[in-house]
Design a protein. Sequence first.
Length: 398
Amino acid sequence: MTVFQKDISMSHPRERIPVSILTGFLGAGKSTLLNRILKDPAASDTAVIINEFGEVGIDNFLVESSGDTLLELSNGCLCCTVRGELVETLASLVDQIQTGRLKPIRRVVIETTGLADPAPVMQAVMGNPVIAQSFSLDGVITVVDAVHGVSTLLRHPEAVKQVAVADRLVLNKKTLADAPTTSGILHRLNDLNPRAQILDGDLPVTSTINLLVNGLYDPESKVPDVARWLQEEREHGDEHHDHHEHDHDHDHGDHAHEHGHGHGHHHHDVNRHGADIRSFSILHDEPINPLAVEMFVDLLRSAHGEKLLRMKAIVQLSDNPERPLVLHGVQSIFHPPERLARWPEGAERRTRMVLITQGLSEEFVQDLFAAFTGQPKIDRPDRAALEDNPLAVPGMRF
């Protein structure tokens, strides 16, 4: 029995705790931002995991120690430091809640070190079957220094990844940067991650727990909040490039919808900016065979997982088009697929996949998807070989 077949019938997803990852390069202001969020009364039932003592100024909140790695804070928050593996820390957190040693929590925030590649942290939440039963990756918030951000991104590949996988970008220290410097970092962020919402770190909205609520999960309904993701995708997926003169000839919004059943949105040629990270979407109008989707995702993550920085998708399947499938993956690690009870209100009933890749071309991914959904390009020289191949995989219809 395949993974998709096993999980695709879930009508009542397990209640899971949303996890937000707070990342950003050294000196960007992660700890300052986290301290402000922790002062929000709505954050009183939040657990905070940090890499080591000292990165978060918890001294004023600390009341008592409740174990070797867990600290009870005066505002009700919990803070634990990663002295072992992150998976073990999360498992310990669940165990202490289930045994009554800790009160139930509504959210976990993981603050990475400034030099961390966020992908392994994301994989730790998504990849362990036991952890995935209790936690769901809600989103990545990356803090960027407006003054030194451009030079940091030029010198440090970790900083580039931190920006590329973010759902939201918080730009700090804007008051210390002149207009050309601010403009430069904004353009760079838009190039690396045109879909992310960019927020001013000085605004009140970045000092509340709402900053963390941004992924594919809604703690109120306990199901993937695809409606919010799709809305943010519509609002931020293309709009940033209205500011780039070299992008005026790109298709925006859903214009490509008029040109057939399989579509791709090309957002930018990031190679013009000295990097190989791309953000693009795959749109498909017709319901897809579940086996074809599974084979496409399995091949992509098994053969090219290190280049797949992130994928979010809502998929219309042929076996029950009224109940879409939600996919969420980081490199080769994917959350168990979940079937929604219905399409989100106002959502178009068609497949939408959003991918962030590094060193993996959009054309290759689009062609691979087209092959598994029965739409190879007519001008591809290998079409005949695909059509005539007696070993063709079932589900690849041409």
